[in-house]
Write a protein that binds this ligand. Structure first.
Ligand code: ATP
Ligand code: MG
Length: 364
């Protein structure tokens, strides 16, 4: 990191009850996110759920129908993009094709009224930062995808923002370059103290880069939490299904006591689990359980259900079993690969010792 790089104080970013409409359709629907200074937040969600629109409002390119954006407590909604101290890397890089690399990086600086040698110095400095010092006079079409991506990053950083918005910046990169860029962005974000929102389609990327993840669905944030909490304690069926692999099993609440429910699974077992809010005795429920939270057993029992074993595929250090339960549910079960051969047939399935399945109310 060149010492001349200015370290901006990280700023808090507050999105409050924000809605955006295009004609009669609502692209962003009452989104609230309170982001801490220096935090990296990943926005995760299916295509069309409003991720880009949300970033464009924060950057000032799209006007909201309702709600506010605050930076360090002050509203910025009245400011045009060039008066917001926010760097953005667009989904498609959006480099100006007729401008050289240097002119592209200088663009935001000129839009902010900087002139002459100051501009040249900053352009050089940030192109060095992304390791493209020798590419100043090239046009975007003379660069690879990864190089264009780094120019877009240099352009966003050159204005010395306190907030960085990244819209799927790694989508077009191959695996190795992607990992390099993830590390590079994390390093720059730390060193420069940037509060960052990263839009991604990639769950693993969200899990590894972000301090917190906001999962969006149809314009709304369904859960805003740490990666571990999103994975282990999904609040909605959508979040549950969107993150990681899960098994869903039907059942009914047989009894309720002090916040725990005894659930009779249709597959034929009885389990005691934390009860979801608002379900009564007899209510139909869905149990979500991750493949690694199930285990196979040779012995029957009240909390074990009969299965018909299917394929077993070794994947790395793990063995992935497929099985079919008595009610027809197909299950995936992941276990550490064992050295033991010729074991007895394990035709029962049960919860692994530390399993924490989630119950959701099911509408019939
Ligand atoms: N300029 C526009 N005019 C009308 N509708 C738009 C406009 N931009 C986006 N939309 C609509 O708003 C919704 C949200 O779009 P947005 O681009 O924010 O989604 P996204 O989550 O970024 O999707 P992706 O993952 O595919 O990039 C979509 O239904 C889209 O069709
Ligand atoms: Mg988008």
């Amino acid at each position: 990191m060149p010492e001349a790089l200015k370290v901006n104080a990280a700023r808090a970013l507050d999105v409050e009850d924000l809605s955006v409409r295009y004609g009669t359709s609502t692209a962003v629907d009452g989104v609230t996110l309170a982001i801490d200074p220096g935090e990296v937040v990943a926005l995760l969600g299916p295509s069309g759920c409003g991720k880009t629109t949300l970033l464009r409002v924060i950057a000032g390119f799209v006007r909201q129908a309702a709600g506010r954006v605050r930076v360090d407590g002050a509203t910025i909604d009245h400011l045009p993009p060039n008066q917001r101290n926010i760097g953005i890397v667009f989904q498609n890089y959006a480099l100006f094709p007729h401008m050289t690399v240097a002119e592209n990086v200088a663009y935001g600086l000129r839009a902010r009224g900087l002139k002459g040698p100051d501009v040249q110095a900053r352009v050089s400095r940030f192109l060095e930062t992304v390791q493209l010092g020798g590419f100043k006079e090239r046009l975007p079409r003379q660069l690879s995808g990864g190089q264009q991506q780094r120019v877009a990053l240099a352009r966003a950083l050159a204005i010395e923002p306190s907030i960085l918005l990244l819209d799927e910046p790694f989508a077009a990169l191959d695996r190795n370059l992607r990992l390099d860029m993830q590390i590079e962005i994390k390093r720059l974000q730390r060193t420069l103290g940037l509060t960052t929102i990263l839009v991604t389609h990639d769950q693993d990327e969200a899990m590894s880069v972000a301090d917190r993840i906001a999962v969006m669905h149809k314009g709304k944030v369904e859960q805003f939490d740490t990666p571990v909490a999103i994975y282990d304690q999904p609040q909605t069926l959508f979040v549950n299904g969107f993150i990681g692999t899960t098994n869903l099993m039907n059942g009914k609440v047989a009894s309720l006591q002090n916040g725990t429910a005894t659930v009779a699974l249709d597959a034929g077992a009885s389990l005691t689990l934390p009860a979801p809010a608002g379900v009564g005795i007899g209510a139909p429920v869905l149990m979500s359980v991750r493949p690694e939270q199930l285990s196979l057993s040779a012995t029957p029992g009240p909390d074990a259900w009969k299965i018909e074993p299917g394929l077993a595929l070794p994947i790395g250090a793990q063995l992935v079993h497929e099985a079919r339960a008595a009610d027809g549910t197909f299950l995936k079960i992941i276990e550490p690969r064992r050295a033991v051969l010729g074991e007895t047939a394990r035709t029962y399935c049960t919860l692994a010792a530390d399993a924490r399945p989630t119950l959701f109310p099911r509408s019939t």
